[in-house]
Design a protein around this ligand. Structure first.
Ligand code: G16
Length: 543
């Protein structure tokens, strides 16, 4: 086994997006593509001596190949130890837990999250820092800049390591430990929730259907829900991770988790349904024939957090991404705690959590989490809801309806226009931005525009500024439309239009969301000429 240095040629376009570098598998399979990015990362991180790195992924196609490449390069760069999840598996929240519990200097996550997998699907790589959370923009931008000037790659000439059995190996002076991918994660959850109460709930016959979508959440959910918490076998479905996620789209929303939605609409539906995504950081919660919007889920968790042992002392504050509905703001105001509004991307919550300013955070994109780790956490959200149901005796639907009764309903929807030509998407945003100064005071959807701007965020802990984070048109009543381009897609551009309207009148809480939001859809068309620029009459996905 020997250290080798190979000449390399930089690749264009290795700029991480909302959550790491995501591309088609075929792009990652180009000779030298992954090595180039990892070399840029190690160049940015600098001296690795004495440090521990964690490596793992969601098990999708190319996961194993990528891990072997990274292990060789980590050894060549002199890491003291590398911890690898058995079989190359670590869910994103488990990665965060392992980094924190084992005081690692960081970790490399191989995942394209909710994006489809398989040879014609997507792959991704993301670096998490020592707090367990996604690297901030300062780091991801530095990696991108270095990726453009990588002219040599340092690695080791060695055979593949066996990843499937626990054990310890050596590559040069680096100790490679294959660790149990589930243990650290479970220990973190045990310290937060009342497992006895949840066990008693299942013992009373409570029925859960948890769909882990043939993805990495399966082993974690089996161990906790069916193992420790005693739910009957078969509670966790689609639980064996597959490299192609069964050729399905592992994104837990009503459009992609159709099987779960159908089960929850049946006459003999379970009491609660839930789904997690490709890397198990997202979640969807469903009651009987009642899908919970992610924004409402965050608000319910915040409202009842003190009923959960891990949060009994109360919440320091809460945070949501800008496009997420204001339901949690209303709960925070009632609780007398701060509510922060950040750009889209979990990385923006890290500083707030580290500074102790917030305890819970969440996003409209089916992500919720807390200060227990520094990633969103799908199974954590399921456990939180189970614990709440166990101690309140209320159903999923009752908990959400109580939120609406107290604070009004934030009717919410996201319309996605996928795979549009990038130039067209950029033109739409450019025209929209140009129109903003003329909008305040004009009447749209029957109301004067109060604010029309491009969201910018100043991090309250380090003063860093992130601009152009989404165009907002906010009406006098607070109803709003937000436009931004996704940073996680791999084909063309995806336009996201987020629609929110507050409905205080309980007699109107059951109006279908799309009907209640129709005036805002018309507003979006009027100001942004969506049909013209996208060439589409309707969104590809509405959640
Ligand atoms: C990632 C980020 C989230 C973000 C979501 C959607 O989630 O971690 O913070 O909300 O993408 O981002 P965009 O609207 O730019 O596509 P995940 O689960 O894909 O890692």
């Amino acid at each position: 086994m020997k250290r080798v240095t190979r000449p390399a040629t930089p690749f264009e376009g290795q700029r991480p997006g909302t959550s790491g570098l995501r591309k088609k598998v075929s792009v990652f399979q180009q000779p030298g593509y992954l090595e180039n990015f990892v070399q840029a990362l190690f160049n940015v991180l600098g001296d690795a001596s004495g440090k521990t790195l964690v490596v793992g992924g969601d098990g999708r196609y190319y996961n194993r190949v990528a891990i072997q490449t990274i292990l060789r390069m980590a050894a060549a760069h002199g890491y003291a130890r590398v911890l690898v999840g058995q079989g190359g598996i670590l869910s994103t929240p488990a990665m965060s837990a392992v980094i924190r519990r084992r005081a690692a200097s960081g970790g490399i996550v191989l995942s394209a999250s909710h994006n489809p997998g398989g040879p014609s699907g997507d792959f991704g790589i993301k670096y998490n820092i020592a707090n367990g959370g996604p690297a901030p923009e300062s780091v991801t931008e530095a990696i991108y800049l270095r990726s453009r000037e990588v002219h040599e790659v340092h690695t080791v000439d060695s055979p593949d390591l066996p990843l499937d059995a626990l054990g310890t190996h050596r590559l040069l002076d680096t100790q490679i430990e294959i660790i149990d991918p589930v243990a650290d994660y479970c220990a973190v959850q045990r310290a937060l929730f009342d497992f006895d109460a949840i066990r008693a709930l299942f013992a009373r016959g409570f029925r859960l259907r948890l769909d882990t979508m043939w993805a990495v959440g399966g082993p974690y959910a089996k161990a906790l829900i069916e193992g420790e918490l005693g739910a009957p076998a078969g509670t966790v479905v689609n639980a064996t991770p597959r490299e192609d996620f069964g050729d399905l789209h592992p994104d837990p929303n009503p459009v992609n988790a159709t099987d779960l939605i159908a089960h929850m609409a049946a006459a003999d539906a379970p009491d609660m349904g839930a789904a997690t995504d490709g890397d198990a950081d997202r979640n969807m919660i469903v009651g009987r024939n009642f899908a919970v919007s992610p924004s409402d889920s965050l608000a319910v968790l915040a409202a009842h957090a003190t009923r959960i042992p891990g949060y009994a002392a109360g919440l320091a504050g809460v945070a949501r991404s800008m496009p997420t509905s204001t339901a949690v703001d209303r709960v925070a105001a009632k609780l007398g705690i701060a509510c922060y509004e950040t750009p889209t991307g979990w990385k923006f919550f890290g500083n707030l959590l580290d500074a102790g300013k917030v305890t819970l955070c969440g996003e409209e994109s089916y992500g919720t989490g807390s200060n227990h780790i520094r990633e969103k956490d799908g199974l954590w959200a399921v456990l939180f809801w189970l614990n709440l149901i166990a101690v309140t005796g209320k159903s999923v639907e009752q908990l959400v309806r109580a939120l609406w009764a107290e604070h009004g309903r934030c009717v919410y929807s996201r319309h996605d226009y996928e795979g549009i030509p990038t130039a067209q998407a950029d033109a739409l945003m450019r025209d929209l931005r140009a129109a903003l100064p003329g909008l305040p005071g004009t009447v749209l959807a029957g109301e004067p525009v109060a604010i029309a701007d491009d969201f910018a965020y100043t991090d309250p802990t380090d003063g860093s500024i992130s601009s152009k984070q989404g165009v907002r048109i906010i009406l006098r009543s607070g109803s709003r439309v937000v436009f931004r381009l996704s940073g996680t897609g791999t084909e063309g551009a995806t336009l996201r239009i987020y629609l929110e309207r507050h409905e205080p009148d309980p007699s109107r809480h059951d109006l279908p969301a799309q009907q209640a939001l129709a005036p805002l859809v018309a507003l979006a068309e009027q100001v942004a000429r969506v049909r013209h620029f996208t060439g589409m009459d309707t969104p590809s996905v509405m959640t």
